[in-house]
Design a protein around this ligand. Structure first.
Ligand SMILES: NC(=O)c1ccc[n+]([C@@H]2O[C@H](COP(=O)([O-])OP(=O)(O)OC[C@H]3O[C@@H](n4cnc5c(N)ncnc54)[C@H](OP(=O)(O)O)[C@@H]3O)[C@@H](O)[C@H]2O)c1
Length: 281
């Protein structure tokens, strides 16, 4: 299959392009310079050049706090830009996959959010991702909306890297223990997404690492697995004031029978730390 990956220099984009190649697809991995999702002419050029059968849109405004200061900027990429690319794909009969986020939910449910639960974002980033979901679905009938959460991958800054850096510099770290979610390795997510685009199971999917935890528990596991002595101290969300509100509970579950399940997050973390060693300069 001819697969166009937009945002191919991003953390997820790098793994998606690699996973698609491993599956034997003919992959056009396009960075922002090759394909700017906010520029219709750039989309037209890329679609005409590649003539894809599937488009995986890893281009995104991913700065959650930054979106509070520039919601229009986030919307331009996550909503309008995603819709333009989805429509470009539709014009050549290609499907489109749009990664979305647990942050489309308000975090008050208390049991895992299912694909058909009603979203109600509590921050600007979440609104831009929900806008993208709706616009992509309207622009291309062959759409896959894949909600995921708490990503860590070798191709970008992420929570694991932050913890390892802080742990190397100081004996203790303060981490919130009142937000629960599902850590997800981009390596696993990318495999799942590439598997999904080979099907006709269109619509909304939840795709996250197996299990759930708080950021505090995630940090504790990181230092355990990395054999570091760093002490993790529990903090509340209120103590760690951030610009954007975060949902307290954003565990994603499944109501679809064809849901693609990923390995438990602790196993994914082990593999991440091993791969990180192998690729260390
Ligand atoms: N990270 C998470 O924890 C998380 C959680 C849930 C969902 N997600 C979703 O997962 C997807 C991938 O996230 P990620 O963490 O891989 O993000 P990322 O590392 O920030 O990658 C996003 C990529 O998009 C590119 N981009 C930005 N604006 C663009 C434009 N106008 N046209 C084309 N490319 C553009 C960026 O390029 P520049 O570097 O040049 O700006 C970057 O390479 C996103 O849809 C995100 O919303 C992420």
């Amino acid at each position: 299959m001819r697969v166009l990956v937009a945002g191919a220099a991003g953390m997820l984009g790098q793994d998606v392009a690699a996973a698609a190649r491993r599956r034997g697809h003919d992959v056009a991995a396009m960075t922002r310079t090759d394909l700017d999702v906010t520029d219709p002419a750039s989309i037209d050029r890329a679609i005409a050049e590649v003539r894809p059968e599937a488009v995986i849109n890893c281009a995104a405004w991913s700065a959650v706090d930054g979106a509070e200061d520039d919601e229009r900027g986030a919307m331009a990429i996550n909503d309008t830009g995603a819709a333009l690319l989805a429509a470009g794909a539709a014009r050549v009969g290609a499907s489109v996959l749009y990664p979305s986020s647990d942050y489309v939910f308000d975090g008050t449910k208390g049991t895992p959010y299912l694909e058909d639960d009603m979203p109600d974002p509590i921050n600007a980033y979440g609104r831009s991702k929900l806008g993208g979901e709706v616009s992509v679905a309207a622009a291309n009938p062959k759409h896959f909306i894949v909600r995921t959460s708490w990503l860590f991958g070798l191709g970008g800054g992420n929570f694991v890297e932050t913890m390892l850096r802080i742990g190397a510099e100081q004996p203790e770290v303060l981490v919130v223990s009142d937000q629960r979610g599902c850590p997800t390795a981009t390596a696993d997510l990318a495999e799942g997404m590439v598997q999904l685009v080979g099907t006709d199971a269109h619509g909304i999917h939840h795709m996250v690492g197996g299990g759930e935890c708080t950021w505090f528990e995630f940090a504790t596991e990181i230092f355990d697995q990395a054999h570091m002595e760093t002490r993790v101290m529990s903090a509340t969300t209120e103590m760690m004031a951030r610009k954007a509100k975060r949902p307290a509970y954003s565990v994603l579950g499944h109501s679809r029978e064809d849901a693609i399940l990923l390995q438990p997050w602790q196993h994914a973390l082990r593999r991440y730390l091993d791969d990180r060693e192998l690729t260390a300069p």
